[in-house]
Design a protein around this ligand. Structure first.
Ligand code: MOS
Length: 729
């Protein structure tokens, strides 16, 4: 946990390169189509065959028989592996359902066979010839039907209390002069990333290499080894570019396992992408929730009691959607209750999707805050400001490392022109359009994770960074290059960044919005070690050495950085760890979201007109890539509010709308001008980078701000997402 140089300085604070809106260093590769995505890697292994996955046509039951005779005889077929051919695979640590199901089927479209052929079309055609006999069993697919009998589950492991209580909620709520008791529903949602799961697998003896698309390289390597019964050192995973993940690619998925099994069976490298119609049911999804919120306040708007109880469903062994966590810390209030119930369902596995927990929880909580403000006759911005807290309400000894929620709300309110809003629903009109303005607070925790990197210095003064960090389209390459350039005192074009290879030191990976801050901190740690190695090599005083303009100075001499590598490349590693820093301080990021909508008074069609997010998220490492993260997240919030919804067929237990035509995400025409403002913030408790994450924060609260704007426009309070037009007519 070394945040500073031997001289007691932090080179990042110079902010010559870090903190600047530098263009993506991988931009030209993206634009010219030369960034190597998994399925396009023709060059990595010769003689690649094609794999095609067969998904189960039932959600629950048993496979009685698979007849592959016709498929095997089909033109171009090299091998067929069915789940009945082999013993059940070990479950990965990060998986709830088997990635190769059967004979017992756990969910619809669980993979049950893979066909390998010379071409993709041959593999696909042969897969249609597989005859599968199922013994179908009844399953549970309807959250609402199961919610009543769903047991309480603690969020903090088996010994943690099942309900989280502070003070006396029931007593305080009963006595509260103003009360709200409302129930909100969020649907199952899909990551719906552009690039499907895809892997090229090749064996060399016992050694398996996977060129794949995955957010967490070390988790993936460990789970591939575990699932296939291999030694971890015999598995290499490489994922330098990822076409979107949103949490769906945190874990090993069926593409990796089936490509490996198929390559073994065919004796050739196999290229396999999960076909789009399998993506929604084969992969994980964000579980739907039913959330009851009760709130009691004094007449002048002080929250004295708050309860948030959430019910979600999952396969046996799965976790609940932690929709209550933000309610434990977002607002003050002496009497509190939060709890989760988990209904066993036979739908596909529910798991993390961008801002798991807060994204769903704020969809409910921030409508409740709007409803309560209205009951109190208070402006919703002021109501939130009145109930701000600077400490963890359950543990007043534990402050926030930085909490600028009030500033986010005030700045946002000014910039957005919130004063022009008429609080009376339906009061603002433009012809047949009803105009509404809504807002919500956003919070997402800032997690810090151990992260390591290797840095190399060449005699030409080139600094090469190697870490298994991933770039899921977020800009990791760029901020890591900025970090190394700043720390080593070189220009950014002297830095080469290599990511996503399990042969590199283990990083924090991309997840939970911890990636940017944590992975750059690891690179910073490695660069501090490189600085010491350079000083030693050049015989300079490490406590006085200054690295600038590609040179090292110690007050007496000025030497080219590359000279330290004249006798051979300098290679050092470094790792950043945090001890109990995260326990001492509550680390969170905050936002104020403001939205203007227009709702067609005749048809209910809802158009988003303006969006503003004011974010407080520590030091912003690159305002351009950070802004892109936030506008992407705001766009996702529009989908969450208005269109996104995995529709469950309760008879057969599948998500019916399992492609991008029927699972509607926003397109450009749905999105207006979006403005993003970052407050000046430096959080020295988060890492030597003093940064936090923004990638998930940008989503948190957006859907509720839209819901509140729709209410302001129409006077119809929709508590059931997505707010399709039928719900507010
Ligand atoms: Mo995020 S849901 O941890 O990729």
């Amino acid at each position: 946990m070394k945040f500073e140089t031997p001289a007691g300085t932090n080179p990042i604070d110079r902010l010559k390169i870090v903190g600047k809106a530098i263009n993506r260093v991988d931009g030209p590769m993206k634009i010219t189509g030369t960034a190597p995505y998994a399925y396009e890697r023709h060059d990595v292994a010769a003689n690649q065959a094609y794999g095609y996955i067969l998904g189960s046509a039932i959600a629950k039951g048993r496979i009685a028989r698979i007849d592959s005779a016709d498929a095997k005889a089909a033109h171009g077929v090299l091998a067929i592996v069915t789940t009945l051919d082999m013993p059940r695979l070990t479950l990965g640590r990060m998986n709830t359902a088997s990635l190769f199901g059967g004979p017992d089927v756990q969910h619809y479209h669980q993979a049950i066979a893979v066909v390998v052929a010379e071409t993709f079309e041959q593999a696909r055609a042969a897969a249609q010839l597989l005859r599968v006999d199922y013994d179908r069993a009844d399953g549970k697919f309807d959250l609402a039907a199961e919610a009543g009998s769903a047991p309480l589950v603690g969020g903090g492991g088996p010994t943690a209390p099942k309900e989280n209580k502070v003070g006396d909620f029931a007593g305080a709520f009963a006595a509260a002069p103003v009360q709200l008791d409302a129930t909100y529903r969020t649907p199952d949602e899909s990551h719906a990333m552009m690039e499907p799961f895809a892997t090229i697998a090749a064996w060399k003896g016992e050694m398996l290499t996977l060129w794949t698309s995955n957010q967490m390289i070390a988790w993936n390597k460990a789970d591939v080894a575990r699932t296939l019964g291999l030694k971890p050192e015999n598995v290499r995973v490489d994922s330098p570019f990822i076409g979107g993940g949103f949490g769906g690619k945190l874990y090993t998925r069926a593409d990796a396992i089936l490509a490996a099994l198929a390559a073994k069976a065919a004796g050739r490298p196999v290229r396999l992408a999960m076909q789009r119609p399998l993506m929604m049911n084969n992969a994980t999804h964000r579980p739907g929730t039913i959330q009851r919120i009760r709130m009691g306040a004094t007449k002048d708007g002080k929250i004295i009691a708050i309860a948030h109880e959430s019910t979600s469903g999952n396969l046996p062994g799965g976790k609940p959607e932690n929709a209550i966590q933000q309610t434990q810390i977002l607002y003050a209030g002496a009497n509190r209750l939060t709890s989760m119930r988990l209904a066993p369902l036979d739908l596909p596995e529910g798991n993390a999707m961008r801002a798991p927990g807060e994204a769903s929880g704020l969809m409910a909580l921030e409508i409740a805050m709007d409803e309560m403000a209205e009951k109190l006759g208070l402006d919703p911005v002021e109501f939130r400001i009145q109930n701000d807290t600077q400490v963890d309400p359950a543990n007043p000894q534990r402050p926030f490392s930085k909490r600028q929620l009030v500033e986010c709300l005030r700045r946002g309110s000014d910039l957005f022109g919130w004063r022009r809003r008429d609080a009376r629903p339906g009061a603002m009109r433009e012809g047949r359009w009803l105009i509404g303005m809504g807002m919500a607070a956003g919070i997402r925790n800032n997690l810090v994770a151990k992260s390591a990197a290797r840095v190399r210095l060449s005699d030409r003064g080139i600094v090469t960074v190697e870490t298994d960090m991933t770039d899921i389209g977020t800009g990791s390459y760029t901020i890591i290059a900025q970090t190394a350039a700043e720390t080593m005192g070189v220009s950014i074009d002297k830095v080469v960044v290599k990511l996503g290879d399990s042969d590199f030191p283990i990083s924090a990976g991309s997840g939970g919005q911890w990636g940017a801050n944590s992975s750059t901190a690891g690179v910073y740690a490695a660069c501090l070690n490189l600085r010491e190695a350079v000083a030693q090599k050049l015989g300079l005083d490490a406590t006085a050495a200054n690295f600038e303009d590609g040179k090292v100075h110690d007050g007496h001499r000025s030497i080219r950085l590359g000279d330290a590598a004249k006798g051979g490349e300098l290679v050092v590693e470094g790792v950043m760890e945090y001890g109990d820093l995260a326990r001492q301080f509550q680390q969170s990021t905050f936002a104020g979201h403001f939205v203007e909508v227009a709702v067609d008074g005749l048809t209910g069609e809802t158009r988003i007109r303006r969006m503003l997010a004011v974010c407080a998220a520590g030091r912003i490492l690159n305002p351009k890539t950070a802004r892109s993260q936030v506008i992407g997240a705001m766009t996702m919030g529009v989908g969450g509010a208005l269109t996104e919804h995995l529709a469950v067929d309760p008879r057969f237990g599948l998500f019916v709308n399992h492609d991008l035509a029927n699972y509607e995400v926003p397109v450009h025409a749905d999105i207006p001008h979006q403005e993003v403002v970052f407050l000046d913030e430096v959080d020295d408790k988060s890492s030597p980078m003093k940064a936090k994450g923004v990638g998930e924060l940008g989503l948190c609260g957006v859907a509720a701000a839209i819901a509140n704007a729709v209410y302001n426009a129409t006077g119809v309070r929709v508590r059931d997402y997505p707010m399709t037009l039928d719900k507010h007519l």
